[in-house]
Ligand binder design. Structure first.
Ligand code: NDP
Length: 476
C-alpha cells in the first residue's frame, strides 16, 4: 500500500474526518491537510487555450520510409527505417474546452517530434490553407469565431461580415463548408503543416517545403444532421474514437509526404509560395514520400500530458527552418507567448514538453524554475571563463536574399483568391457540391442581406455554378 502524503511528503493519518474542536465543534485551522486539499482544488483549472481549447492527443512514432537527405540534414530523416517518438494533439479551433467534438470547424493537427537535436514541432491543421495571410488580421478573425460580446453566443453575422470583407478566406471557407469541414472523428482526416517551411541540406542549400499527412484510414465526414445526432448522444465523440481505437490496438496511421520547391522556383512561381491562403499544386510540385506516422499509446493523465503539452512552430531543428510566411513568423512569437501565459515561464521544463537532449542556456530564475538543481555550473552569463555552453556555427542557417523596401504591402494587390477555390470546387462531386451549398446557406442564417450579397459577389468570381448553388440553397 502506498502511504498518502501532503505535497511535502508528510504522511497523512486521516483523510476522511476533519480535525474539530469536540465531536460537534468547528474545524480547527491547524488541520493543514484539509487546507492543502481545498487550496489545490481552487487551483486545478488553468487558462484554456484562446484557440484550439478542445483537443485529444496520443503518442506514437514517425518511421522514415524514403531518403530525403538531399533536401535536409535533419537527423530525424537521416536514414530509412529511423524511428522518432512523437506526440500528436488534434483539436477544434473555436469551441471552448467543454465544446462538443462533432462540430463543423477546422481541426488543429499539432505534432511534437522528440528528436535528439531538440523538439521539432509541426503545428498545422487538417486543411492545407488558412483564412488569412496577414497576422494583423489574426486576433480579429478569431474574435469572429468566438462569442459575441453582447449576446454571449456565436455569431453567423460576425463570421460572414469578416469573410465577405476578406476575400483571401474563400479557399479555406470552401473547405470548411465542404463535407471535409465536419470530420467524423480525428483518425479520418489528413494533416497539413500548412505553412511553407525550409529545409537545409548538408551542403547548406535551402529548399522550401510543405508537409502533408495523408490518413491511411481514409477520409470520413458527417453531414450537419448526422453530427447533430452524434452531439445529442456524445459530446466527446472524437476523444472516445481516438482513445478507444488506440486501446483496442487499432493504431491510426498517416503517410507523411512533402512538396519541395527550390529557391529559384519560388522566385518564378505563379503564386507567392509563402501565402498561407494558397496551396502548391501537386501537378507543379508532386508529393514525395517521407515516412509513416503511427499513434500507438494513450496518455495516462490527460491534463499532464495533453492539456500541458505546448507546441510551437518556433521549435525547429538543424535542417528545418521557417520561411518568409508572415503568418508563420507571427505564430513563432505568439505560440510560445501563449504557453508562457497559460502554463508559466518554464513550460518547456514540464515533462511532456522536455526535449530528450540536454538543454543549456543562460536564462535565469523565473517562477517554478526547477532546472538549476541539476546544473553543474552556476554561470548565468556569456562570455565567461567557466566552460559555460557555447554556440556552434555549424548550426547557422544560410543567408536569405531579401529584396524590396520595408513597407506595408497591400494584400489586395495579389488578388487571385478565386482560382484555387475554383480548382477545389471543380474536384467536388455533385453530392459534395450540394453539401457545400447547403452548409453555407445554413451558416448564413440570420446574416443581414447586404453581407450575404457581398459574399455572393465573391462566389460569382469563383464560378456562376458556385454562386447559383448557394443562392438556390438560400432560397430553400
Ligand atoms: P490535385 O487534384 O492534385 O489535388 C487535389 C487535392 O485535393 C488532394 O490532395 C485531395 O486530397 C484534396 N481534396 C479533394 N477533395 C477535397 C475537399 N473536398 N476538400 C479539401 N481537399 C480536397 O490538385 P491540385 O494540387 O492542383 O489542387 C487542386 C485543389 O485541391 C487546390 O486548389 C486545393 O483547394 C485542393 N487541395 C490541394 C492540396 C495541395 O497541397 N495541392 C491539398 C489539399 C487540397 P485527398 O488525396 O486526401 O483526397
Amino acid at each position: 500500500m502506498k502511504q498518502l502524503t501532503t505535497t511535502a511528503g508528510n504522511p497523512v493519518g486521516d483523510n476522511q474526518n476533519s480535525l474539530t474542536a469536540g465531536e460537534r465543534g468547528p474545524v480547527l485551522m491547524q488541520d493543514y491537510y484539509l487546507i492543502e486539499k481545498l487550496a489545490n482544488q481552487n487551483r486545478e483549472r488553468i487558462p484554456e487555450r484562446t484557440v484550439h481549447a478542445k483537443g485529444s492527443g496520443a503518442y506514437g512514432t514517425l518511421r522514415v520510409t524514403n531518403d530525403i537527405t538531399k533536401y535536409t540534414k535533419a537527423d530525424i530523416f537521416s536514414y530509412i527505417g529511423k524511428e522518432t517518438p512523437l506526440l500528436i494533439r488534434i483539436s477544434t479551433v473555436a469551441g471552448e474546452k467543454g465544446a462538443a467534438d462533432a462540430e463543423r470547424d477546422v481541426r488543429g493537427f499539432a505534432i511534437k517530434f522528440y528528436t535528439k537535436e531538440g523538439n521539432w514541432d509541426l503545428v498545422g491543421n487538417n486543411t492545407p490553407v488558412f483564412f488569412i495571410s496577414d497576422p494583423y488580421k489574426f486576433p480579429d478573425f478569431i474574435h469572429t469565431q468566438k462569442r459575441d460580446p453582447r449576446t454571449n453566443m456565436r455569431s453567423n453575422t460576425a463570421q460572414w461580415d469578416f469573410w465577405s470583407l476578406s476575400p483571401e478566406s474563400l479557399h479555406q471557407t470552401t473547405i470548411l463548408f465542404s463535407d471535409r469541414g465536419l470530420p467524423s472523428d480525428l483518425r479520418h482526416i489528413n494533416g497539413y503543416g500548412s505553412h511553407t517551411y525550409s529545409f537545409i541540406n548538408k551542403d547548406n542549400e535551402r529548399f522550401w517545403v510543405k508537409f502533408h499527412f495523408k490518413t491511411r484510414q481514409g477520409i470520413k465526414t458527417m453531414t450537419n444532421e448526422e453530427a447533430a445526432i452524434v452531439v445529442s448522444k456524445d459530446r466527446e465523440s472524437s476523444q472516445r474514437d481516438l482513445f478507444e481505437a488506440i486501446e483496442n490496438k487499432n493504431f491510426p496511421k498517416w503517410d507523411m509526404k512533402i512538396q519541395v520547391m527550390s529557391e529559384t522556383e519560388a522566385k518564378n512561381y505563379k503564386y507567392n509560395p509563402f501565402d498561407l491562403t494558397k496551396v502548391w499544386s501537386h501537378k507543379d510540385f508532386p508529393l514525395i514520400d517521407v515516412g509513416v506516422v503511427e499513434l500507438n499509446r494513450n496518455p495516462n493523465n490527460y491534463f499532464n500530458e495533453i492539456e500541458q503539452s505546448a507546441f510551437s512552430p518556433s521549435n525547429t531543428v538543424p535542417g528545418i527552418g521557417l520561411s518568409p510566411d508572415k503568418m508563420l513568423q507571427a505564430r513563432a512569437f505568439s505560440y510560445p507567448d501563449a504557453h508562457r501565459y497559460r502554463l508559466g515561464t518554464h513550460y518547456e521544463m514540464l515533462p511532456i514538453n522536455q526535449p530528450v537532449n540536454e538543454v543549456n542556456n543562460y536564462h535565469a530564475d523565473g517562477s517554478m524554475n526547477f532546472s538549476d538543481i541539476k546544473q553543474e555550473s552556476g554561470v548565468k552569463y556569456e562570455p565567461n571563463s567557466f566552460n559555460g555552453p557555447k554556440e556552434n556555427p555549424i548550426y547557422k542557417e544560410p543567408s536569405l536574399e531579401i529584396f524590396g523596401d520595408a513597407d506595408r504591402y497591400d494584400r489586395t494587390l495579389d488578388n487571385d483568391y478565386f482560382t484555387q477555390p475554383r480548382d477545389l470546387f471543380n474536384l467536388m462531386s455533385k453530392d459534395q457540391k450540394n453539401q457545400l451549398f447547403g452548409n453555407i446557406a445554413a451558416s448564413m442564417s440570420g446574416v443581414p442581406k447586404e453581407i450575404i450579397d457581398r459574399q455572393m459577389a465573391l462566389y460569382e468570381k469563383i464560378s456562376t455554378e458556385y454562386a447559383d448553388g448557394v443562392k438556390r440553397a438560400l432560397d430553400v
